[in-house]
Design a binder for this molecule. Sequence first.
Ligand code: SF4
Length: 430
Amino acid sequence: MSEHISEHIIVCSNTSHMLKGEKVLRKEGIPVRLIPTPKKYGQLCTTSIVIPTELKSSAESILRKEKVKYIGIYKLEPLRVDNLLLNDNNVKEDFANIIRKIESGQDLTLKEVERLLAAENPAEVEVLLSAGDRMRKKAVGDVVEIRGIVEFSNYCRKNCNYCGLRKANNSLKRYRMTPREIVETAVEMRKFGISTVILQSGEDPWYTEEIMVGIIREIKRQTGMRITLSIGERPRWELEAFRKAGANNYLLKIESANRKIFELAHPDDDYDVRVRNIKDLKELGYLTGSGSIVGLPGQRPEHLAEDIMFLKEMGIGMVGIGPFIPARNTPFENMPPGDLLMSLKMVAVARLVLKNVFIPSTTAMATLSPDGQRRGLLSGANVIMVNFTPQNLKKSYEIYSNKAVITLKTAVELIKSTERKLPPYIKEKV
Ligand code: SF4
């Protein structure tokens, strides 16, 4: 049996107490990480704070002193899910043994993760995807979180070989939204009840530290929303300034944790700098998101297994996995798209290994296949991102070609069709 580090979870009475609690604990030197509140501890606040067990008493006195309201502090038990094998006799013994390890709450090795991802026999694939879904239910419950995204600039200073926003793509009509337009879009989302806004762009230095800080402060002031940034690599001091201004989460994908594949896809990027940036985000107290592209040239199951272990080691709280989709006018435009089934297996394995994390069923899944996003939700995903980029700009945010557009209406219909629950904060009609 592998050893587990003993941890406790603090469930606060609402999001603002959770954010305050996280801040004061961190300030006092308590190592904290944020996870989606496991279903068994209630769903009043969707994100909770995890601390090492030996610091529980110190954390309690800090929270009391700072008047942070919490519902309880509980021992965080390793998640166990029974009967994942579905009594299926057609799975091989080595596969069955790995599933039994998951049932008993043990950690998997790199080789075992690779074996799960290499599953091709239909019985094994069915067991794997259904196990991802069962773990999702146990870890984070039936609610599908809805986030609103605004893609505010498609300018980029880099030349990633797979991405349609790359600087060298002269055929793309470029745009930038003004700070005021960005804030107005967040205000619009809030009217629908959405409580987290994702601000996404290419790496666009036009939005200086000062401009970004202004946007973050104004969104916080007008809406109180949680703010996720997805704006690429930035120096640590800027990340710190954004965090101080009120940004809560940051998405910075590794795309491939395998150094060679990373370098092949990112001619301008340094692997070590990317990893350092992700560590900076963690140290600064962001709920950090990362993830991979499935189907990059040269990628095999063992590389995808490396991605999963990387996300685990880095303590990633939001995991974005999407199939590679070729983009026009890029060096990879004639490459075949990634495989939907492999992307679904990655979602399931990410859920089985990382457990308490947010996993979106990505727009790339919806683009690859009409039921891709639905199948993502049924394989372990628990988040949908709804696109609020102004209508006239959406088409120009062409990170890959023929990108699907997910509206609030399509997201709500999708969630209902999977018999999952809408988040309580969503207003279907305004
Ligand atoms: S992946 Fe990001 S950094 Fe790379 S070209 Fe596209 S927008 Fe720019």
